[in-house]
Design a protein around this ligand. Structure first.
Ligand code: SF4
Length: 291
């Protein structure tokens, strides 16, 4: 829970506040944009929740915050925020909430599939939290844990042990060191299941991969995201740890695929038609070639 003594003075007065331990991960601003805003190196509360739904979104942000930097001066039923996760995004794809500080608040996702379709897939690791683990267990557990890259592995080993699932990660991002069961060694796409393709996209890190589900949902880790400021798909030039030219080449590989959703670890989610998404991808590649 946040510390009232560390309450940032930039918060508006009232119940909800952000304290100075905030790491500016952006999760709260995505989850409850009516309450939280960017204030340089931190988030702040710019407007107090005005009704029950805004209060629920603010409590979800409180639960999702990786550093417990969001607090309230009044008592609230914590279950309102906790029980909201995993939150349905579309069809059978969920956002897990409960982000981890070790992955700088990266978002993780859950695909719920029947056993005969290959079972559930967790994409990147959320924070280990008993409440979330119980919910995932009730939703069918985890059969596969896909790790996009080395920055967002968080509590992967605890999830793997609990659910006895197969972890999937690329060799070039330390998969062997992490004890991963399915080490991807290829530079080429790997069909994991009928509806699931792992696509190596070196650039942000040497062993980064994205996961394409049903030719519709692309889980992009830190390779590709939506920027509301630029109103376009982007890659993170200033957070490219391996090779920008490699990342640009990797982005071009995505031309071979159709998808309607970009679901990143950092940055914003984006949904559009296949045609519009392909046009956005072209704009992104063009921009990457120029910067
Ligand atoms: S979720 Fe927490 S750490 Fe992330 S920006 Fe909001 S207050 Fe800061």
């Amino acid at each position: 829970m946040a510390n009232l003594a560390l309450r940032l003075p930039e918060n508006v007065s009232g119940d909800f506040f952000v304290d100075s331990t905030c790491i500016d991960c952006d999760a709260c601003r995505q989850i409850a944009p009516g309450t939280f805003a960017d204030d340089g190196d931190t988030s702040i509360v710019y407007r107090q929740p005005a009704d029950a739904e805004e209060t629920r979104r603010a409590l979800m942000a409180l639960v999702a915050c990786p550093t417990a930097s969001i607090g309230t001066t009044k008592h609230h039923n914590a279950r309102i925020g906790i029980d909201a996760f995993p939150e349905l995004i579309s069809e059978n794809v969920y956002f897990c909430g409960f982000t981890a500080e070790s992955s700088f608040g990266a978002w993780s996702y859950l695909i719920v599939r029947a056993d005969d379709e290959g079972g559930n897939v967790l994409i990147d690791s959320p924070r280990w939290a008993t409440q979330l683990v119980k919910k995932i267990e009730a939703m069918g557990g985890v059969r596969k844990l896909f790790l996009t890259h080395k920055d967002d592995v968080a509590d992967h080993s605890r999830f793997a042990k609990k659910f006895n699932c197969e972890r999937i990660m690329h060799l070039n991002d330390g998969a062997e060191r992490h004890g991963v069961e399915n080490v991807i060694r290829s530079e080429h796409p790997v069909q994991l299941d009928q509806d699931l393709i792992a696509i190596p996209v070196p650039g942000h890190t040497r062993g980064h991969m994205v996961l394409l589900y049903r030719n519709k949902f692309l889980f992009t880790g830190d390779h590709l995201a939506w920027s509301p400021n630029r109103n376009s798909l982007i890659a993170f030039r200033s957070a490219c740890w391996y090779s920008w030219s490699e990342q640009t080449n990797s982005m071009q590989k995505l031309r071979d695929y159709e998808f309607e959703w970009v679901l990143p670890g950092h940055g914003r989610i984006h949904h559009d038609s296949v045609t519009n998404m392909q046009a956005e991808l072209e704009r992104c590649i063009d921009w990457m070639n120029r910067v």
